[in-house]
Design a protein around this ligand. Structure first.
Ligand SMILES: Nc1ncnc2c1ncn2[C@@H]1O[C@H](COP(=O)(O)OP(=O)(O)OP(=O)(O)O)[C@@H](O)[C@H]1O
Ligand SMILES: [Mg+2]
Length: 349
């Protein structure tokens, strides 16, 4: 049994590529059994590099990598662990190398010691589960970008890993395929870390969000600068404010896809329809129907009183990333726009 259920334990990791810029300066990170973690951060902050260090593909200049409770000393240690940890590369062309899809997906199970027939069986089953039935004999390098990403995911899942590391799994996937991926991932009993810039996806598939900031990993509350105003009644509830205002996280905490995930969109005039809160007009009233954020963000939104059934009114709404002010009962709250995205509200058409 792993010590303290720690599947991944990174201690005081320092790393630089050749050149003066440091990528990690004393990074610490732990993944426990059953945890589902999202990792956000600006381009070039070191997210992909972190996965490569976990997999032993690059070596830190100092610090300790422990996997499944064991310190990794050499390539032999990492090789054993790579059978239990599945890495989805950011670029599918780094993942796929066999002539056909079936060979690529069967490669992992074969490597784990399965017979050719067993490995092909697992490969077919995995392809089916990802909606890729009929792709077995397709030539890997001729697949579309999205197809390549799904086949890459199949190569990883076919190894039945204990831990999944997915580096931007939704890039290039259409909305329907992304939704299927959300369902698949939510159905897996696995621990995982996802790197993504797609906050909708992260919130639907993870319980906790971390950010990569200045060579370290910090919790989502510190990583995503935010403000919310509160009045007395809510102010007594536990909440915390960012200590990291001004950290250049770029678009990491935001999502511009106004139409993504809208439930019951459209609808006939005079009917009720459900839209995201930030699509509401100034002064428009509505009833909170669903809050889809989970983890720390979900808790914070619930603490603010935005729970299903509550009547709200939009006080002010600024375009794009600026906050949405919303009135609940007699209180006015201001939410970051990406928080507002995950609150679905029933409004009259
Ligand atoms: N092989 C390499 N040699 C030199 N520098 C590298 C190499 N790979 C990455 N870097 C640099 O290290 C930094 C971290 O890169 P990394 O790919 O880990 O970032 P990332 O957070 O995954 O970014 P993105 O969101 O764009 O994928 C970047 O400044 C990048 O230019
Ligand atoms: Mg990357």
């Amino acid at each position: 049994m792993e010590r303290n259920n720690l599947l991944i334990n990174l201690k005081d990791i320092h790393f630089s590529y050749p050149g003066p810029r440091k990528v990690f300066e004393g990074l610490n990170f732990q993944l426990r059994d059953g945890e589902r973690v999202g990792l956000i951060g600006p381009n070039g902050s070191g997210k992909t590099t972190l996965f490569q260090i976990i997999m032993g593909l690059i070596k830190p200049s100092s610090g300790v990598v422990e996997l499944f409770g064991q310190p990794m000393k050499d390539e032999k240690d990492f090789r054993r662990m790579r059978l239990k940890i599945g890495l989805l590369f950011q670029d599918p062309d780094d993942q796929l190398f066999s002539p056909t899809v079936l060979e690529d997906v069967a490669f992992g199970p074969l490597n784990q010691g399965k017979s050719v027939e067993e490995a092909k069986g697992i490969a077919r089953e995995t392809l089916d589960s990802l909606g890729l039935k009929g792709f077995e004999d397709r030539v890997t390098h001729k697949l579309s970008g999205g197809e390549k990403r799904l086949v890459s995911l199949a190569t990883v899942l076919a190894m039945r890993p204990r831990v999944l590391l997915l580096d931007e799994p939704t890039t290039g996937l259409d909305m329907e395929t992304t939704e299927r991926l959300v369902d698949i991932l939510n159905g897996l009993e696995l621990s995982y870390i996802f790197i993504s810039h797609d906050m909708d996806f992260i919130l639907q598939t993870t319980d906790r969000v971390y950010g990569m900031v200045k060579g370290k990993i910090v919790s989502e509350e510190e990583a995503v600068p935010h403000t919310h105003y509160h009045v007395h009644g809510f102010g007594r509830l536990p909440h915390s404010h960012s200590k990291a205002q001004g950290i250049p996280l770029g678009e990491a905490g935001h999502n511009e896809s106004d139409n993504a995930g809208v439930a019951n969109g459209g609808g006939e005039p005079g009917m009720k329809r459900t839209i995201k809160m930030r699509q509401m007009e100034k002064n428009q009233k509505g009833t909170v129907r669903k809050v889809s954020a989970s983890g720390d963000m979900g808790r914070r939104i619930r603490e603010m009183g935005l729970v299903p059934g509550v009547e709200i009114q939009i006080q002010g709404r600024a375009p794009l990333k600026d906050p949405v002010a919303v009135k609940i009962k007699d209180y006015v709250l201001t939410l970051r726009n990406d928080e507002a995205s995950f609150i679905f509200v029933e409004v009259d058409d």
